[in-house]
Write a protein that binds this ligand. Structure first.
Ligand code: IMP
Ligand code: MG
Length: 212
């Protein structure tokens, strides 16, 4: 792909006065966001994500103190985050996945959370880390925490790549947070809008006037 300075996106936010982080955008990143997916702005580059995920993995490894871990990813949004985080964790780890339905095909939640894929393996007596892409209203993680605790794990912690504290409806916090952001709708690095954009390597902003 031909890179040029014309690819540089505007550094503004459609939603609020949130000061976007200063980014060092690679030419590839800029071209990916503006050429393949038009009208998108990068919020966190793949390098910023990689650095932060590595820090999270180091903290999680340290807290485990040599014990085993079951990483439970929340499909589908956390799949990419889990695969990177797992490789930053130094522990004897296994994977499991659950799927819940809470969001429709647009940017708004229906409010109701339903388990549509349960755990494959028992978690009783194990150190469990729920791996989630975004902690938003908290409905999903509050629901998962409640049902997982009924299985009596040895420990239950939460790692969320993004946190939107201003949107919280349930009293819940993650033990490990990548980035805390304001009320923005984001896509990329596993996160979707109507199932699209999950394969964007960077975390980008979705325009609020995008048709639902
Ligand atoms: P919560 O139950 O409201 O906390 O929502 C959690 C889920 O909503 C996340 O796992 C995401 O799948 C989805 N979600 C929340 N905010 C966004 C966003 O900005 N982009 C994409 N998905 C989102
Ligand atoms: Mg999700």
């Amino acid at each position: 792909m031909q890179a040029s300075s014309e690819c540089l996106p505007h550094r503004r936010c459609w939603f609020c006065t949130f000061a976007l982080p200063k980014l060092t955008l690679s030419r590839d990143t800029v071209c990916m966001a503006t050429t393949i997916y038009r009208d998108l702005e990068v919020l966190y580059t793949r390098q910023q994500i990689a650095d932060r995920v590595a820090e999270m993995g180091a903290r999680i490894s340290n807290d485990l103190n040599g014990e085993k871990l079951v990483m439970v990813g929340v499909l589908k949004g956390a799949a990419i985050f889990l695969s990177d985080l797992a490789r930053s964790i130094q522990a004897d780890a296994t994977f499991d996945f659950v799927a819940v339905s809470s969001y429709g095909k647009g940017q708004r939640s229906s409010g109701a959370v339903k388990l549509i894929k349960d755990l494959d393996e028992p978690i009783e007596g194990k150190n469990v880390l729920i791996v989630e892409d975004i902690l938003d209203t908290g409905l999903t993680l509050a629901y998962l925490r409640k049902i997982f605790l009924q299985h009596h794990p040895r420990s239950l912690r939460i790692a969320a790549l993004l946190d939107k504290p201003s949107r919280r409806l349930e009293k819940i916090e993650a033990d490990y947070v990548g980035f805390s952001i304001p009320n923005l709708f984001v896509i990329g690095y596993g996160m979707d809008y109507a199932e699209r954009y999950r394969n964007l390597p960077d975390i980008c902003l979705m325009s609020p006037d995008h048709p639902e």
